[in-house]
Design a protein around this ligand. Structure first.
Ligand code: IMP
Length: 179
C-alpha cells in the first residue's frame, strides 16, 4: 500500500482491505446470530455505505431485506453539522426489525438525524451498525450497537468514503497526511 493523492491532498495507508473484510464478516455473523429467526431490514445510509453494504450482505447468510436513504453533512474534509435528507426510506418498516448500516460515525450528527426521522415509526426494533467509528469525536449519548473498527480522529478515504467526490473506489482505507 502506498500513499495516494486526491485533489490537493495526500493520504497515507491506514487499514488494509483484508482487515476491513474481517470486521465486516464479524458484524454480519454477529447480527445473523441475533436475528436468525427474523427477517430484518438493513437500511444503508448512502453514499459512503455502498461498499460496506455490499460486502456485509455477501457475508450475511440469513433472510433479510434491504433499503437505502441518503443523508449528507460533509463539505470537503469537515462535517458541516447540518444534515440534510436526500432520500427517504422506500420500504414499509412498520413492525419490522430495522438495522441501520453506516460506513462511518464521526460526530454522530447524521445518526441523530436518522433517529429523529425514525423515532415515531412503529418499528419492532431499531439498531445501528457502523463499520468505522471515531470514538474521540463521537460524544452523543445514544448507542451504536455494532462497531467494526475504531479509528483515530483523522479524515479518511477509501472503501466507499470520499474526499470531495473522489476516492470511494479504493478498497483500502487511507488517512489524511498532516503537513
Ligand atoms: P457524522 O454525521 O459527523 O457522524 O458523519 C457521518 C458521515 O460523514 C458519514 O456517513 C460519512 O459520509 C461522512 N464522514 C465522516 N467522517 C468522514 C471521513 O473521515 N471521511 C469521509 N467521510 C466522512
Amino acid at each position: 500500500m502506498s500513499q495516494i493523492v486526491i485533489h490537493d491532498k495526500t493520504f497515507i495507508p491506514l487499514i488494509k482491505n483484508e482487515e476491513i473484510q474481517k470486521a465486516v464478516s464479524k458484524i454480519a455473523l454477529t447480527i445473523n446470530e441475533q436475528y436468525k429467526n427474523e427477517t430484518p431490514i438493513f437500511v444503508g445510509v448512502l453514499s459512503g455505505v455502498f461498499m460496506f453494504f455490499s460486502d456485509f450482505l455477501k457475508n450475511y447468510p440469513g433472510k433479510c431485506e434491504v433499503s437505502f436513504l441518503k443523508l449528507s453533512s460533509y463539505d470537503g474534509t469537515q462535517s458541516t453539522g447540518n444534515v440534510t435528507t436526500e432520500l427517504d426510506i422506500s420500504t414499509d418498516i412498520t413492525n419490522r426489525h430495522v438495522i441501520i448500516l453506516e460506513d462511518i460515525v464521526d460526530t454522530g450528527n447524521t445518526l441523530e438525524k436518522l433517529y429523529q426521522l425514525l423515532k415515531n415509526k412503529p418499528v419492532k426494533s431499531l439498531k445501528v451498525a457502523s463499520l468505522f467509528l471515531k470514538p474521540d469525536v463521537f460524544k452523543k449519548d445514544f448507542q451504536i450497537d455494532y462497531v467494526g473498527i475504531c479509528i483515530p480522529n483523522k479524515f479518511v478515504v477509501g472503501y466507499g468514503l470520499d474526499y470531495n467526490g473522489l476516492g470511494r473506489n479504493y478498497t483500502n482505507l487511507y488517512q489524511l497526511k498532516e503537513d
